[in-house]
Design a protein around this ligand. Structure first.
Ligand code: GLY
Length: 261
């Protein structure tokens, strides 16, 4: 988890036209831009060099760059997002991924993968099969990862429509420490290839905060979730709280806003 770079894309003015099931009304785009700028500052404070792409009006969900690629220490995979309105986002990202990763692999039809469904834990990749990532995509991704020397396994979250992506419900913080929504706790614990030394169970009232992100020595957590913040701090984590209220309105979270490598 020692990241040196991140790729980000601020939200476009068309942001409110993106996909959302949150039912919280339209985002305030100016506020979203401020929140995004604070997020980028926090990444810089962690020592990351930032590649900031231009907002793209054609893709209202394009700020959620994590869904377009899987970037690892050994190579990259360009995804094929499961929502038709997001398919074209990969073309715009590919040229930047190629700057850092020679010959990235690709997910091909009929496979679909959203990066938000992929969670790496010490060389093992959990792949969420969801409304966005299908079994064919999971299979293709597993094969690409195997060629890079990684292992992978699937967690099916299709029975939990409240979770858009696997990482809406889990986060890996390193050293066997996990954050998990109650809906995926048992699935996570049943995974043989990972170590679950400590699991912070997210209370239902703070479900959104399951999408936290470890960036080097700190953990980014959505602001406004005191129980998760306290649980992390009690374990000695350095927590950075970031207000992402406008991204939540569009079903997005902290991890979706960057590709970190
Ligand atoms: N609005 C983010 C997504 O649905 O992919």
């Amino acid at each position: 988890m020692n990241f040196t770079r991140a790729i980000v894309r601020p939200p476009a003015r068309s942001f409110a036209a993106g996909l959302s099931s949150a039912g919280e009304g339209p985002p305030d785009v100016d506020r979203a831009l401020e929140q995004h700028a604070a997020y980028v500052r926090a990444l810089r404070d962690c020592g990351l060099q930032i590649t900031q792409l231009q907002p793209d009006e054609a893709y209202p969900d394009g700020t959620f760059v994590e869904d377009t690629a899987i970037v690892t220490g050994r190579g990259a995979v360009l995804t094929r997002p499961g929502a038709p309105s997001r398919a074209g986002e990969v073309r715009g990202m590919a040229q930047y991924v190629r700057k850092f990763f020679a010959e990235p692999n690709v997910i091909e039809a009929p496979g679909s993968v959203d990066g938000g469904d992929i969670c790496e834990a010490d060389g093992h990749f959990l792949i969420g099969v969801s409304a966005r990532t299908n079994l064919q995509g999971a299979q293709q991704l597993s094969e690409h990862l195997a060629r890079m020397g990684y292992t992978a396994s699937v967690i099916d979250i299709t029975a939990n429509p409240a979770l858009l992506h696997l990482k809406s419900g889990i986060a890996y913080l390193g050293d066997g420490v996990w954050v998990a929504d109650q809906a995926v706790e048992q699935d996570l614990r049943s995974q043989r290839a990972i170590e679950v030394r400590d699991l912070i169970l997210v209370p239902a009232a703070e479900a959104y905060a399951a999408n936290c992100v470890r960036v080097n020595q700190v953990v980014f957590v959505a602001a406004g979730y005191p129980q998760i913040r306290a649980a992390l701090q009690s374990r000695g984590c350095r927590v950075v709280s970031l207000d992402v209220s406008e991204f939540k309105k569009m079903d997005g979270g902290l991890s979706c806003l960057s590709l970190r490598f």
